[in-house]
Design a protein around this ligand. Structure first.
Ligand code: ADP
Ligand code: MG
Length: 283
């Protein structure tokens, strides 16, 4: 395509709050056939709400919430920021020996207690499986399973129409890639108009990358949109990586080919439309 058209397309993108880093991205967007999305914070709102705290025998709700929020206070994961937002400030205590394990959880010492928060397999690997029925994090205190916290993960108001419009714009396949459980993922998929076969749940970051790499040639280019620090590797693996949200997405933004600067997933539709228009006038 003519460089002038690409420059004009990139400036049109920026007027729509989409920063595109190079011209070839417009061309790939114009003929993209697969659109992959992270679930939490991308198809759903960028805040979760604490919905329940379920203590194990011998533990109480306030202690679990206080210790969990205390170890989460420095994490930028959406689960962490949401838990801290929903916990009274007075309950948040100082933490030492803090360590975060990507896509697993965090651990640290609070009030002399060793606290772990995250996936059940991370905090209490020997514990029997729990069906929390919602997005959840599990808590262990001094190596003992202490209970779990559930969250309400709400679909964005614009998600359903965004997916429908992508299909009208020529998408052959939508993919939801999530580390969350299948049953939670299926509920959001259904509300979003994403089909059963398009949901890939319980994924480790490594498996998200594989899912993108495994998209066959006739279903490419593949565009991946994600919001979190954890999404950076899958954005790199895609033909076009789009980072959502101006704040808290710095790692994702650096790995991305495009950055949506506002909290609105329908900007993916605008990116495709501008890509198509640019290629039409360029040829
Ligand atoms: P998703 O694909 O849903 O965005 P991630 O891959 O970021 O999920 O994380 C997978 C899972 O790891 C989360 O659902 C959560 O259980 C756990 N996890 C990751 N980071 C944290 C954290 N800071 N605190 C608690 N749990 C975490
Ligand atoms: Mg995420």
């Amino acid at each position: 395509a003519a460089p002038v058209a690409l420059v004009s397309g990139m400036s049109s993108m920026s007027r729509h709050h989409i920063i595109v880093k190079s011209g070839p991205t417009l061309e790939k967007l114009s003929r993209a056939k697969t659109f992959a999305f992270d679930k939490t914070g991308t198809l759903t709102q960028n805040k979760l709400e604490v919905s329940d705290i379920v203590p194990a025998e011998g533990f109480d709700k306030e202690e679990i919430q206080s210790l969990a929020a205390s170890v989460e206070q420095q994490s930028t994961h959406i689960i962490a920021t949401s838990l801290v937002k929903d916990t009274p400030k007075a309950q948040i205590k100082s933490v030492s020996d803090l360590k975060e394990t990507t896509a697993q959880g965090v651990e640290g010492t609070v009030d002399g207690k060793k606290v772990k928060v995250g996936k059940l397999s991370f905090v209490a690997p020997d514990h029997e499986k729990i069906d929390a029925g919602a997005t959840a994090v599990y808590v262990a205190i001094n190596g003992q399973f202490a209970g779990y916290i559930t969250f309400k993960d709400m679909i964005r108001p614009e998600t359903k129409e965004t997916i429908a419009r992508l299909r009208r714009q020529g998408a052959k396949q939508i993919m939801m890639l999530t580390g969350d459980h299948k049953n939670v993922a299926d509920q959001i998929a259904e509300a979003a108009g994403i089909g059963d076969t398009e949901v890939k749940a319980d994924l480790l970051p490594k498996q998200k990358i594989e899912a993108i790499r495994n998209v066959p040639k006739d279903l490419r280019p593949v565009v991946m949109t994600g919001d979190g620090v954890n999404d950076a590797p899958s954005l790199t693996a895609a033909d076009v990586g789009i980072a959502m949200g101006a704040k808290g997405a710095t790692a994702a933004s650096e790995s991305a080919d495009a950055v949506i600067m506002v909290n609105d997933i329908s900007k993916v539709n605008d990116a495709v439309a501008i890509g198509k228009h640019t290629m039409k006038v360029a040829n």
